[in-house]
Design a protein around this ligand. Sequence first.
Ligand SMILES: C[S@@+](CC[C@H](N)C(=O)[O-])C[C@H]1O[C@@H](n2cnc3c(N)ncnc32)[C@H](O)[C@@H]1O
Length: 242
Amino acid sequence: MTGDKTSVFADDWSGEMGQRWLRNVDHFEAMLEPMLGLDISPDLIVAARARAGADFPALRFFCGDAASAVLPAAPYDRLVSRFGSMFFADPVAAFRHLRTQLVPGARFDLAVWGPPRDNVWMMAVMGVIRAHVEVPPATPRAPGPFAFEDIDYLRDLLADAGFARVDIDDWRGDQAIGGPGRTPAEAADFALGSMSAARVLSEAGADVMAAARADLERVYAEHHDPEAGVRLGARAWLVTAA
Ligand SMILES: C[S@@+](CC[C@H](N)C(=O)[O-])C[C@H]1O[C@@H](n2cnc3c(N)ncnc32)[C@H](O)[C@@H]1O
């Protein structure tokens, strides 16, 4: 089994979406089986390796581009990707390649974000960013978090890549920004530190970043509960293909 992301192990899986997806994917049952964590970012591989520690002796990591990497010890019998498959320049070619790294009929579970209007947790950040810097409008289907917002498009891509059976679960709920129990300041740290769209703020300078951060904390304070943290609406497609 392989996941195409390392941080499936690094993230908070205690939320409702994480738990539902785990039930669908049940890949943690396979934690003692040989498993490969794959990410294109060397930093994330280092972080994931540190988090995995000695708890998962059968877990290996590989830094490479999922669109083209020939994986050590392939073929694998499962592939899991949480929010990491929307960044391929040529998704059909990438999915087709990933299929070559799997045994015939292997299951591919992937979670991708639904439409932006249903992902208020991300659009809140975008609203703050746009209030401070010029951001060109998003190109539909371009690589990015919403590349597969149109689930029929993703269904077609997977079919073109050779995945014949595709099942889709439409998940809606709240996303705890940065994890449950975070304060508005911690949630803002998480959002501005992890969302690639926030990079334009760093490029615009420290004053712009500070002003945007203050705005974001104000927005988050309106959705903050000391126990639950900062929760905003989210929608994801939980997809199983084979
Ligand atoms: C939105 S993050 C999701 C991370 C994690 N799976 C999670 O759910 O929190 C997207 C991840 O995909 C990785 N990524 C993007 N393009 C990739 C590619 N072509 N091959 C491998 N990893 C890629 C990024 O480095 C990043 O870690």
